[in-house]
Design a protein around this ligand. Structure first.
Ligand code: SAH
Ligand code: SF4
Ligand code: F3S
Length: 468
């Protein structure tokens, strides 16, 4: 009998891409995908460990889902992803209903592991009258496979892509070697390893055939990508040749390793969108040094200037942590001023959360929680204003929008992204994947409103329109 699998993913885009990879792999082993946990034979939570809150959400959800087991005694409840890797021992204690714990490098073995877990459940289900301890043997002893494998790239496994999705997220490098002192990723994802360029390009072609018009290359240090002579810049140039692909992006580049070649590729290849996510983390050199980020604010500013110089209308986004151990008010103020100075289009703002295994977790978490909250609220309020101002600069100007589908709140409109990765709502009817031109009539901190126009001869300050 075919079994139905339900996956719920938390965390970053790379984890979402892993969710598609797991679905593709399991489908090729006879499983069918379901979007309804109640109809599933196997439930997998694909988890994130980056901050404490991410983990608490997962524990809450697992506890909810575990209730389904009272009705479905053969249901298998599993957990994969970064938190599975990070906290397996604690998890077994906190969620006794877990049958399976699988780390990010063990997905190739999932079909076998799931078969074993299902067999254990069915045996338990049949054995209902056995004493409780014996019956729940598999519950207190979940199967665990968290072996990290420095060679595993899953390059040969099939990916389940949502049919017709306009954007494809493609992992090109896994793991991380940077060991920033706050970050758990190198511990849960293991060492950096790049996928072969040929298999990345095959993925790009497959995504294009599936209807994708935009591709985003993914990696925690995406600019560390290398396969022989092919680095990220070369890969972008090659991917731009794939018919049907109109836009290329990549995330996240590490600011210490943005090469001149990469800047050149961004400037020269029309398909590479004028947008970059460049996580700065802090505006203070002292904090950056303790984070072991490998750049100073002067280096970072020079990089921003170089990018602005080379790529007209480039949009910047960033990640910031407030309340890192030892962050003084002056350090925080430097971050605040940096946000004002750079004028990011968008920023992901976090308060520091100590992660076991990391270096910083051994230091005193010195900024009190209420002060962290205050600092976070300050930068959030500032960034809202900055994003609104940045977006207002488009009012009255033509923008190119790649349509993704109907707008959520305005049924007569379509929504998509501009090259700068800003969401635009256009008063038009157009199929997903259509590229249209529109004049911006209004802007909030998060969205542009626009009315459709003919493709202009020249887009002031933007890029010249290209044929679709
Ligand atoms: N590889 C990316 C970061 C990926 S993690 C880079 O180096 O830029 C995404 C973001 O989560 C980080 O940029 C950081 O801002 C935040 N983050 C990571 N660990 C954190 C922690 N322990 N507490 C709070 N925020 C954290
Ligand atoms: Fe974490 Fe630093 Fe690696 Fe980014 S570069 S994933 S912040 S260790
Ligand atoms: Fe979270 Fe793992 Fe991504 S820790 S941010 S899901 S790499």
């Amino acid at each position: 009998m075919t079994a139905a699998i339900y996956i719920e993913t938390y965390g970053c885009q790379m984890n979402l891409a892993d969710g598609e990879l797991i679905l593709g792999h399991m489908t090729s082993h006879g499983y069918v995908r379901t979007d309804d946990p109640e109809a599933a034979d196997v439930i997998l939570l694909n988890t994130c460990a980056i901050r404490e809150r991410a983990e608490e959400r997962v524990i809450g959800r697992l506890t909810d889902l575990a209730r389904l087991k009272t009705r479905r005694r053969d249901l298998v409840l599993g957990m994969c992803g970064c938190m599975a890797q990070h906290h397996r021992a604690a998890l077994i204690a906190r969620v006794p209903a877990l049958d399976l714990i699988v780390g990010p490098d063990a997905y190739r073995r999932l079909p076998t592991l799931l078969e074993a877990a299902r067999l254990a459940r069915t045996t338990n289900a049949r054995d209902r009258d056995a004493p409780a301890v014996a019956r729940t043997g598999a519950e207190v002893n979940p199967l665990v496979d968290v072996r990290l494998d420095p060679d595993e790239t899953y390059a040969d496994l099939p990916t389940a892509r949502t049919p017709g999705s306009v954007r494809a997220w493609i992992t090109i490098i896994r793991g991380c070697d940077k060991f920033c002192t706050f970050c758990v990723v190198p511990y849960v994802r293991g060492r950096e390893r790049s996928l072969p360029a040929e298999s990345v390009l095959a993925e790009v072609r497959a995504a294009a055939a599936n209807g994708a018009r935009e591709v985003v290359f993914l990696g925690q240090t995406v600019n560390a990508y290398r396969d022989g002579d092919c680095d990220l810049a070369a890969l972008l140039r090659r991917a731009a040749e794939v018919p049907g692909i109109l836009r290329l992006r990549f995330t996240s580049p590490h600011p210490a390793d943005v090469s001149l070649e990469l800047v050149r590729a961004m400037a020269e290849v029309p398909a590479v969108a004028p947008q970059i996510h460049l996580p700065v983390q802090s505006g203070s050199d002292a904090v950056l040094a303790r984070m072991e980020r490998g750049y100073t604010i002067a280096d970072y500013r020079a990089l921003v200037a170089r990018l602005r110089d080379a790529i007209p209308e480039i949009a910047f986004s960033t990640d910031v942590i407030v309340g890192f151990p030892g962050e003084s008010f002056a350090d925080f103020d430097a971050t605040y001023r940096l946000l004002e100075d750079i004028g990011y289009d968008h920023a992901f703002l976090f308060k520091y959360s100590a992660r076991t295994l990391t270096k910083a977790a051994r230091w005193e978490d010195s900024v009190p929680e209420d002060e962290k909250n205050r600092r976070l609220a300050h930068v959030i309020a500032l960034q809202e204003k900055i994003s609104a101002t940045r977006n207002r600069r488009w009012i009255g100007r033509p923008v190119e929008v790649l349509v993704e589908g109907p707008a959520r709140r305005s049924p007569d409109c379509v929504a998509g992204k501009t090259p700068q990765f800003t969401t635009a709502v256009v008063a038009a009817a157009a199929a997903p994947g259509t590229r249209l031109w529109a004049t911006v009539t209004g802007a909030t901190a998060h969205t542009l409103l626009a009315t459709p126009i003919e493709a202009p001869e020249y887009a002031p300050g933007g890029r010249a329109p290209r044929a679709a």
